[in-house]
Design a protein around this ligand. Structure first.
Ligand SMILES: NC(=O)c1ccc[n+]([C@@H]2O[C@H](COP(=O)([O-])OP(=O)(O)OC[C@H]3O[C@@H](n4cnc5c(N)ncnc54)[C@H](OP(=O)(O)O)[C@@H]3O)[C@@H](O)[C@H]2O)c1
Length: 318
């Protein structure tokens, strides 16, 4: 099979197309013929330096949409020919940027029939992150005020839709050129974070989804707009010291730092939202597997809208 592998860390050019034996599904695993696989910031971070994934050589990719080719001993949920999508266990299950990948059957669900593989391959990691942050962690309720930073990004644009599907009042930050896009997703207010200080524009927020704050000073700005009893969910799981945590707790605010997990229940919830038309990935660009380096270079600009997806033969249209 063809796979995109790196033998060193570095710039996108370290990503090379190689021929490898097709893997075999182990116990409780399925072998999937990959049709499409999203690219996420963790892919280009792990490409550039040792991070969360396994050592070298490394095949990146956690998102999968494809067709079950074979099932391992013990698998009852799927049969060869089933169309599935899901996220390989983060971080060590990595390896979907290839023609075939194996993963635990219970990381996957049936792909909704109404969407193609490009759409399905865009969703898993980013949608699970948004779902686990807003629903499993913050338990958002109808009428609550939810602030989504980087609302035009891969996670953010799905988070907006998930929050709206649960009846929340949603405020999103993005540069002005992306406000029409945010409105098309259903945001109630869009803030141009480059022109407006969001801490002066919003208050009494119940839940902040924060993919951007890397230090105490940045987190303090999101904390400032939360009401007492509110929740800040950071998806940048950097260490945070005990004094800062104590200060946040003393203000009556709940702080959670989330790392996405493979999650069959979450994937089924996402599939259900897709089926009802409440959730759809915006596809910024697709690239054939062989052009993974171009996909990384585009993603690394940090300016993309929605998702970038790698395609394998048979992916169909976006
Ligand atoms: N903890 C986890 O499990 C987990 C899971 C997924 C992602 N993440 C992390 O979450 C972050 C976002 O991921 P992603 O996939 O959404 O990334 P992405 O798609 O690359 O995000 C790009 C978007 O970010 C926006 N943006 C950049 N800086 C901004 C700022 N200061 N304020 C508002 N918007 C800003 C850009 O909009 P403009 O052009 O308008 O600035 C762009 O649309 C990454 O750091 C990623 O590593 C963590």
């Amino acid at each position: 099979m063809r796979a995109i592998r790196q033998d060193t860390h570095g710039s996108p050019e370290v990503l090379k197309e190689v021929e490898l034996p097709r893997p075999e599904p182990g116990l409780s695993e399925i072998l999937i013929a990959v049709r499409a696989a999203g690219v996420n910031p963790t892919d280009w971070w792990n490409r550039a330096q040792p991070m969360t994934a396994n050592g070298l050589p490394l095949i990146l990719g956690w998102d999968v949409s494809g067709v079950v080719e074979a099932v391992g001993i013990g698998v009852t949920l799927f049969k060869p020919g089933d169309e599935v999508f899901g996220m390989l266990p983060y971080p060590h299950g990595v390896g979907s940027h290839a023609e075939y990948v194996t993963g635990p059957a219970r990381a996957f669900v049936h792909k909704p029939t109404g969407i193609g593989h490009v759409q399905a391959g865009a969703l898993p990691l980013a949608a699970l992150t948004a779902y686990q942050a807003l629903v499993d962690t913050a338990d958002i309720q109808p009428g609550q005020r939810v602030l989504v930073h980087a609302a035009a990004g891969g996670v953010g644009h799905l988070a907006v839709q998930i929050a709206k599907s649960r009846g929340a009042y949603v405020i999103g930050t993005a540069s002005a050129a992306k406000h029409d896009f945010l409105r098309s997703l259903g945001v109630d207010e869009a803030i141009d974070y480059q022109a407006v200080d969001f801490t002066e524009a919003v208050k009494d927020i119940d839940v902040v989804l924060d993919p951007i704050s890397r230090d105490t000073a940045a987190r303090a700005r999101s904390l400032a707009v939360l009401r007492p009893g509110g929740t800040l969910v950071s998806i940048l799981p950097f260490p945070i010291d005990a004094a800062e945590l104590a200060d946040i707790a003393a203000r009556g605010i709940r702080f959670e730092s989330l790392l996405v997990e493979a999650d069959r229940a979450g994937m089924q919830a996402i599939a259900d939202l897709v089926e009802t038309g409440a959730l759809r990935a915006h596809i910024e660009a697709t690239f054939p597997l062989a052009e993974a380096a171009k996909a990384h270079a585009l993603g690394e600009t940090g300016r993309t809208t929605g998702k970038i997806v790698l395609t394998v033969e048979g992916a169909g249209k976006a």
